[in-house]
Design a binder for this molecule. Structure first.
Ligand code: ZN
Length: 290
């Protein structure tokens, strides 16, 4: 790669912003003390793409080092995701494409991520916004691999991509809560059974604490679960809370920092924390569990 291109890439990386992603990696290898040994350059996998034409599904562009399996139900399922999000959240149709880099296996994906984003904790997939120049539009990118969780992971990460395509910013808890809602198949109506099962025995809930979380490494499983719970409560638990959330999303179209949501909820609800707990107790488990 010519040197100017290398410099441009490094400059872009300095501006990279991360939305975080699913943290369900109980079997993730624990790196040795002092961090993993750096890989030899020859063993670092390249970003997929360049051999076969990219695949297209709606606003999503897939780079994959084999013919893109566009008819696979995993990808066909994504055709309706933009519509579902726009209708549910009353957001406009975005014009940005989301680029998806699909690695063939976990080892290649993880080796690439360790080299390109060494500061990130291991996750099954990542959504990354990459601003090529100050003030310019963000590149919206997803990195993941062809594993058993691909359907959920793609719905999750591409939800991040669609939100960031139309909002000026998305608070981390809300980004993950909405991704957790839309990662579920349409028939689940946003219910994540595993989250629900654990949260019914958890608590107390604290949105004010969640709203102070700003770093992806601070988001662990309890934070993902509680973020989902607040989003599900707002969208399905109470029309007034739903209106407050939709209004908050409209504010995010104008400014990346509209302040916290919790005062807006307290203005309409005597006890939002009790309300979310009660909502979880009465939420029905979907008949067709994913
Ligand atoms: Zn996420």
């Amino acid at each position: 790669m010519p040197r100017p291109a290398v410099r441009a890439r490094l400059a872009a990386l300095a501006l990279v912003g991360l939305a975080g992603c699913e943290s369900l990696r109980p079997a993730a290898p624990v790196p040795p003390a002092g961090g993993p040994a750096p890989l030899a350059a020859a063993s670092i996998p390249k970003k997929p793409g360049g051999i076969y034409p990219p695949g297209r599904v709606g606003p999503f562009v897939f780079y994959y080092d084999a013919p893109f399996p566009a008819d696979d139900p995993v990808f066909r399922d994504l055709e309706t995701l933009p519509d579902q999000i726009q209708r549910e959240l009353r957001l406009p149709v975005g014009t940005a494409f989301v680029q998806v880099y699909l690695f063939p296996d976990q080892d290649k994906y993880e080796a690439f991520m360790r080299d390109r984003f060494p500061w990130l904790p291991p996750r099954r997939a990542y959504f990354v916004t990459d601003q090529k120049r100050p003030g310019g539009a963000d590149d919206l990118q997803v990195y993941t691999w062809m594993g058993d969780h691909l359907r959920t992971d793609l719905r999750h990460e591409l939800t991040h991509g669609l939100l960031h395509g139309v909002l000026k910013g998305v608070p981390l808890w809300l980004d993950e809560g909405l991704a957790g809602f839309f990662e579920q198949p349409v028939e689940a109506d946003g219910v994540n059974f595993d989250h629900l099962d654990k949260l019914r025995r958890a608590g107390p809930f604290d949105l004010a604490r969640l709203e102070k979380v700003t770093k992806v490494e601070q988001m662990e499983k309890p934070e993902y679960r509680e973020s989902w719970a607040w989003v599900h409560y707002c969208l399905r638990g109470d029309p007034a809370a739903r209106a407050a959330l939709l209004e908050y999303l409209q504010a995010l179209r104008e400014t990346p920092a509209p302040g916290p949501l919790v005062p807006r909820l307290r203005a309409i609800l005597p006890d939002p924390e009790a309300a979310v707990a009660a909502h979880l107790q009465r939420t029905a488990v979907p008949v067709a569990r994913p």
